[in-house]
Design a protein around this ligand. Structure first.
Ligand SMILES: [Cu+2]
Length: 174
């Protein structure tokens, strides 16, 4: 089964890299597991997502979603928005540290460089899930959709994780 999925993903990748054009079908998520990494490819999209996860949190609180985004295209692509049914407000954020103080601010877009990678991670870019509609419990899977600058939407499931995401505050709260 895994083997079959791998073949599917490889052929999708070959198709994308050989023609380089964007078809307008809704992208379909296809998954492979390479070693311990969960890789999600999308038919007709030159984007792959690796190890998507969100942090556990209670209803009414905030959470953040993280993922490694791989651009297999020859030009920069941008994530211009994110959506998910689990939160009332969703923003793209970046984190900075100024004089030892952690700050987050919304950004208009996240660039994914041509042939490159951008990692949404603790202390960097992330999807901010604000005012959760229900608890996010470790082990759950939640849908998160990215809107790209070409107008396409790519949706996949994010695993909810508890501690151990390398997030600040994890150690204290444990
Ligand atoms: Cu944030």
């Amino acid at each position: 089964m895994n083997y079959f999925k791998t073949i599917l993903a490889i052929s999708a990748f070959t198709l994308i890299s050989s023609c380089g054009t964007h078809a307008h079908d809704a992208p379909k998520a296809e998954e492979t597991t390479q070693y311990k990494d969960r890789v999600v490819s999308f038919r007709n999209e030159n984007i792959q997502l690796m190890n998507p996860f969100a942090r556990k949190a209670k209803k009414g609180q905030n959470s953040a979603a993280f993922v490694k985004v791989i651009n297999t295209d020859l030009k920069t692509q941008q994530i211009v928005a994110a959506t998910s049914p689990v939160a009332n407000i969703i923003e793209l954020h970046t984190s900075t540290e100024e004089n030892g103080v952690h700050k987050m601010r919304p950004v208009e877009a996240i660039d994914v460089p041509a042939g490159g990678v951008v990692e949404l991670k603790s202390g960097g870019y992330h999807v901010m899930l604000i005012d959760l509609k229900h608890d996010l419990i470790a082990g759950q899977e939640i849908p998160v959709t990215f809107e790209m600058d070409n107008g396409n939407k790519i949706e996949t499931t994010y695993s909810v994780k508890g501690c151990g995401c390398g997030c600040k505050g994890d150690k204290k709260k444990k």
